[in-house]
Write a protein that binds this ligand. Structure first.
Ligand code: C2E
Ligand code: CA
Ligand code: CA
Ligand code: CA
Length: 279
């Protein structure tokens, strides 16, 4: 027993060491990911609840690592935030999403609204306004069709500074939405002061509305609040037909989730869209 105990300790130490080394490698690989063209944007459709037609897409980043395979954002966005790499990576994401929006328009798909997730680091110390200005100079996108998603907790961190930053972004023409709404602690008193267009109800509420009357009540309340403030309300994480029906009955404006389509590479999204339009 003693023997195996020591082996376990060695095993754990080796595993911990392995993880630390892996993380160091990850960070140094991440430094080159942009220049080596390893980042890819996937696109997930957002559907108009009334018409059932496409309302826009959300861009979601993936890292096609040469040896580790596809890495999801949860496994490299935090590292990139801690190391500051999110600033150049985030700038690439903004430009790539805008480029794709313009490319779709040029190839006859029309002006598909594209939303982009922003990290707190980009807003607070990333020179975001300059990044957005330069992108608009270089890429002929209509900013109204480019939406920036910020989580509720980012907004509530330093309200006066955030309002000022958002007003500057809004002045460039971009649309703004609050992501993961319901998971942070919004002061309703501040909410109406943010120049935002849309609320996205967090999927932790949406996914359970067919079994939890509590979640259904929260979802209904957020939809009502959003509408009172003149905002569009989007439900994310919609997986089941029952959810679709409940959300439509609740007056939700837009729906997003696996029920309609998973995040896909641009070419696959184009095929999806052609099939949808023919249907
Ligand atoms: P998020 O912005 O809340 O994005 C929604 C996440 O839910 C995505 O995961 C999406 O694939 C997933 N999802 C969509 N529909 C469903 C569904 O019906 N059921 C379930 N279970 N999940 C669904 P993903 O792509 O792994 O992204 C995770 C998070 O990483 C995002 O959460 C966002 O916070 C962050 N992220 C993704 N792309 C970017 C980016 O380009 N920049 C930054 N800063 N963060 C990003
Ligand atoms: Ca989002
Ligand atoms: Ca979200
Ligand atoms: Ca989230």
């Amino acid at each position: 027993a003693k023997e195996s105990g020591r082996n376990n300790a060695q095993f754990f130490t080796a595993e911990l060491n392995d993880r630390v080394v892996k993380r160091m490698h990850l960070e140094s690989d991440l430094r080159h990911a942009v220049e080596r063209n390893e980042l890819v944007l996937y696109y997930q459709p957002r559907i108009n609840a009334m018409t059932g037609r496409l309302a826009g897409v959300e861009s979601l980043v993936r890292w096609q690592h040469p040896s580790e395979g596809m890495i999801l954002p949860a496994n490299f966005i935090p590292v990139s935030e801690e190391s500051g790499l999110i600033v150049p990576i985030g700038a690439w994401i903004i430009r790539e999403a805008m480029r794709q929006h313009v490319a779709w328009n040029a190839s006859g798909f029309g002006q598909i609204p594209v939303s982009i997730n922003l990290s707190a680091v980009q807003l607070k110390e990333g020179g975001l306004l300059k990044v957005l200005e330069h992108a608009l100079k270089d890429i002929p996108a209509d900013a109204r069709h480019i939406e920036l998603e910020l989580t509720e907790s980012i907004l509530m961190d330093n309200v006066p500074a955030t309002i000022k930053a958002l007003e500057e972004i809004k002045a460039l023409g971009f649309s703004l939405s609050i992501d993961d709404f319901g998971t942070g602690y919004s002061s309703l008193n501040y909410l109406y002061q943010f120049p935002i267009d849309r609320l996205k109800i967090d999927k932790s509420f949406v996914q359970n509305i067919h079994i939890s009357s509590h979640n259904l009540a929260v979802t209904n309340a957020i939809i009502g609040l959003g509408h009172t403030l003149g905002l569009q309300v989007v439900a994310e994480g919609v997986e089941l037909e029952q959810d679709v029906n409940l959300l439509c009955a609740a007056g939700c404006d837009e729906l997003q989730g696996y029920y309609f389509g998973k995040p896909m590479p641009a070419e696959q999204f184009e095929i999806w869209l052609k099939m949808e339009q023919d249907a």
